[in-house]
Design a protein around this ligand. Structure first.
Ligand code: HEM
Length: 463
């Protein structure tokens, strides 16, 4: 165990939620980067390169400054494991995300700490169990089919906006029970405005700024979710997540308040949507660049001899699993994790003061040749039972995180990816331009900047 608490620094009446950030980190190596933005420019343009430089120049623990939020970046895998598992409850998510995600998604599951988080997560879990998944899979298959059948194979086809629309339609149906085109467009517009503004440099509600637009989009979304709750409380027959949360009783017998439900739905739709959209875009890009892999999966999709996957098919598709993992290794949807210490602790003999923001750069290890053979190469077989490169350290490869906050939608995301690929591969052969090497966006989610232009060749008559 590498983390030791200093017990005398945590008196009983201490409230970590009201403590300001600790930035007194002079005893750590490194610098806080440029005034105002800190390491911000390098974070946006080359996060992996920045983490490699910091690790090489200063070792595994050094100062870090993400657009003015100052703390430590810790690249050591054992320490990363100890922070994720957080056996002694030393690290807060709520405080870590307070000035970033917290401005838009406070009350979301990822932003709740300790016992309260445990209680709320337990309630969520029923909605992610097998029975619920079976309902979701049949709903998503039908919606995906509608989208895929309308795609055109000419050169103006851009994959990213199309998969975004397709997955948002599935999420709208599954999470809030909506499927009308106008409702999905409303969600899409407000999501786009919100994400666009969230990463803006000016974070004040001044009319005309992106931040202002993002906050307006947030209000639109929240009042829309709110307006749906009374009907979901009345009628318990729906299979959507909103109905489930509106009906569910807590351990003390009470129900979730409207505000709690809105907080959860607001975060869930974001967590479910953009991660998987980015993941599928990068998967399809790699399959287009590696036609032998595309063909290998297509053959397996045809062997199943049915237009839609059933729940029972999912566990027998290891190549699909490995392709998904390999794309996450090369382009992780969540490249870095955030926590804030709530008390003084010793990590690996290094004293970490209370209230210090800590980043674990998971992506740093994903292309390290110390662990992976030909790390820049797309090689899904590295995850096969024979090779298992990802198991060389328990926390070497954690695209879905670990510990109490491990992604609750991991299985759901896997189902979405398999259902989509199964249909897409049976309907189209897809290619990118020769020597396609797009510029890649990293923040807020990794994807090719040109939105992935594809040439689609129809290979199966519409179902
Ligand atoms: C490729 C797709 C996805 C990836 C890579 C991903 C990744 C992650 C990661 C790394 C975390 C933990 C973050 C941390 O500990 O700081 C997380 C948490 C979470 N994810 Fe996902 N996610 C994906 C899809 C989804 C989907 C589809 C859903 C919902 C259906 C979802 C819902 C959540 C929720 C609610 C949390 C917070 C869990 C908690 O705090 O207990 N995610 N995700």
């Amino acid at each position: 165990m590498k983390i030791n608490i200093s017990p005398d620094t945590f008196p009983p009446d201490y409230d970590y939620k009201v403590q300001p950030d600790n930035t007194q980190l002079a005893h750590f190596p490194g610098t806080f980067g440029l005034p105002v933005i800190g390491h911000g420019y390098a974070i946006v343009t080359d996060l992996r390169g920045l983490c490699q430089r910091l690790d090489k120049d200063y070792g595994p623990i050094s100062k870090f400054n993400m657009f003015g939020s100052k703390g430590l970046i810790i690249a050591d895998l054992d320490i990363q494991q100890a922070i994720f598992l957080d056996k002694d409850k030393n690290f807060s998510n709520e405080k870590a995300f307070e000035n970033t995600l917290g401005r838009f998604f406070s009350g979301g599951l990822l932003l709740i700490d300790f016992d309260e988080h445990k209680t709320q997560r337990r309630i969520f879990q029923t909605a992610f169990k097998n029975d619920a998944m079976k309902t979701y899979i049949s709903q998503m298959n039908v919606i995906m089919d509608k989208h895929i059948q309308h795609w055109q194979g000419d050169n103006s086809f851009r994959f990213y906006p199309q998969i975004k629309k397709c997955l948002l339609s599935t999420s709208a149906k599954i999470f809030i029970g909506e499927e009308e085109e106008a409702q999905v467009q409303f969600l899409n517009k407000n999501f786009v405005d919100m994400f666009d503004g969230m990463v803006g440099l000016i974070q004040m509600e001044i009319p005309g700024t992106k931040w202002h637009k993002a906050k307006r989009a947030l209000r639109n979304l929240r009042s829309h979710y709110q307006s749906l709750i009374p009907a979901r409380r009345e009628d318990n027959t729906g299979t959507d997540f909103l109905t489930y949360l509106s009906q569910e009783t807590k351990e003390d017998g009470g129900v979730f308040s409207d505000d709690e439900i809105v907080d959860h739905i607001n975060f869930l739709l974001m967590a479910a949507h953009d991660t998987t959209t980015s993941a599928l875009t990068n998967i399809v890009m790699e399959l287009a660049k590696n036609p032998q892999w595309q063909e290998r999966l297509r053959q397996q999709a045809f062997v199943l001899d049915k237009p839609f996957l059933d729940y029972s098919d999912l566990e027998n598709m290891p190549d699909f699993d490995h392709v998904m993992l390999e794309a996450q290794r090369l382009y992780p949807s969540v490249p870095i994790s955030w926590r804030r210490s709530i008390r003084d602790c010793d990590i690996d003999g290094q004293h970490i003061p209370a209230n210090t923001t800590i980043w674990s750069p998971m992506l740093l290890h994903y292309r390290d040749e110390k662990w992976w053979s030909n790390p820049d190469q797309f090689d899904p077989d590295r995850f096969s039972a024979e090779r298992c490169e990802h198991k060389k350290h328990k926390f070497l490869f954690v695209p879905f995180g670990g510990g109490a906050h491990k992604c609750i939608g991991m299985h759901f995301a896997n189902i979405q990816v398999k259902c989509f690929l199964h249909q897409f591969l049976r309907n189209y052969r897809f290619t990118v331009a020769e020597n396609y090497q797009p510029r890649l966006m990293i923040i807020p989610m990794p994807k090719p900047m040109d939105n992935l232009p594809l040439k689609l060749e129809r290979i199966f008559p519409p179902n």
